[in-house]
Ligand binder design. Structure first.
Ligand SMILES: Cc1cc2nc3c(=O)[nH]c(=O)nc-3n(C[C@H](O)[C@H](O)[C@H](O)COP(=O)(O)OP(=O)(O)OC[C@H]3O[C@@H](n4cnc5c(N)ncnc54)[C@H](O)[C@@H]3O)c2cc1C
Length: 259
């Protein structure tokens, strides 16, 4: 339970930090408006940084001031309870600058829509993520849980991930992350800001168009990371399998009480 006096001091701190950094900070929002399941209670604060640097500085300031926070992408995999959530939600949805394509690589921020990125890559004649096209959510949410479908997983094509550390944007190699089945080694309290892909795994061809590649398709290049034991898919205890062999994904539970 948050004591009222503490709460108002904390609210002042949050307001001050957001103002200093120029981050949009709102009150009176509910999880029900922000998640696909359309359920969930009131959130103390919803903050929406609009650049990776701003997001890193924001959570760095929260950490220095002992302000509890949690990240939220597009809320497609979150089940929040109906109580009051006494913490700050850091929404990544405004971190959606257009992805930057360079050769066969793409750099993208965490709030960008994953399905849109798949379309952008296809338009560039690149392949390697088209299996992820039907997965709702942001790039950050996908990185967080190593989203995948149709034999493609985001971790396989990720060369580096940008994370927030001590108020700064830090780029870490994808090989430092354990990309398991719908689960990664990222820790709670780690904010993912963006990622850069490895070279496109192959040119766009059969997998999307089911036709011969057109004249503008680039020469095939196959790039894959060296597999380590950490990459070996292992069944998650939280994953249940139905009789039709469709895997049901574990929802992330957001409980209301937090100091
Ligand atoms: C109809 C439907 C179909 C789906 N199909 C698939 C599928 O085929 N394959 C699959 O893998 N998933 C699937 N999912 C699950 C979901 O789409 C993925 O988990 C998606 O990657 C979640 O992204 P999001 O932005 O909505 O994350 P959210 O739901 O907002 O968040 C999910 C978790 O990720 C954390 N998170 C989000 N962004 C960040 C960030 N930037 N930094 C740190 N943590 C972060 C949140 O704190 C939370 O713990 C499906 C969901 C639905 C509703």
């Amino acid at each position: 339970m948050v004591v009222v006096a503490d709460k108002s001091a904390r609210d002042e701190t949050i307001e001050k930090i957001a103002k200093q950094l120029g981050v949009r900070a709102e009150r009176g929002r509910r999880f029900a408006e922000l998640t696909s399941l359309r359920v969930g209670g009131a959130i103390d604060w919803l903050t929406s940084p609009n650049s990776e640097e701003q997001a890193a500085a924001l959570v760095g300031a929260f950490e220095r001031n002992d302000v509890a926070w949690r990240p939220l992408g597009s809320g497609s995999n979150v089940l929040a309870d109906d109580g009051e959530h006494h913490y700050v939600i850091v929404s990544l949805k405004d971190l959606k600058a257009a992805p930057v394509f360079a050769g066969q690589k793409v750099s993208v921020s965490a709030g960008y829509s994953l399905p849109r990125l798949c379309i952008d890559a296809a338009r560039q004649g690149l392949s390697g993520i088209e299996g992820l096209n039907g997965i709702p959510g942001t790039v950050g949410g996908a990185l967080w849980m190593n989203a995948g479908a149709y034999g493609h997983e985001i971790g396989t094509v990720t060369e580096t991930v940008r994370v927030a550390r001590a108020g700064n944007v830090v780029e870490i190699p994808g090989t430092e992350v354990q990309w398991n089945y719908r689960h990664t080694s990222f820790k709670e309290g780690e904010l993912l800001l963006g990622a850069t892909s490895a070279d496109a795994a192959m040119v766009l061809g059969w997998s999307l168009s089911n036709r011969s590649p057109g004249p503008n398709v680039r020469a095939p290049t196959v790039t894959s990371r060296t597999k380590t034991s950490a990459d070996t898919p292992r069944p998650s205890p939280r994953v249940t399998e139905s009789r039709t062999n469709v895997r049901l994904l574990p929802l992330v539970m957001y409980a209301s009480e937090r100091s």
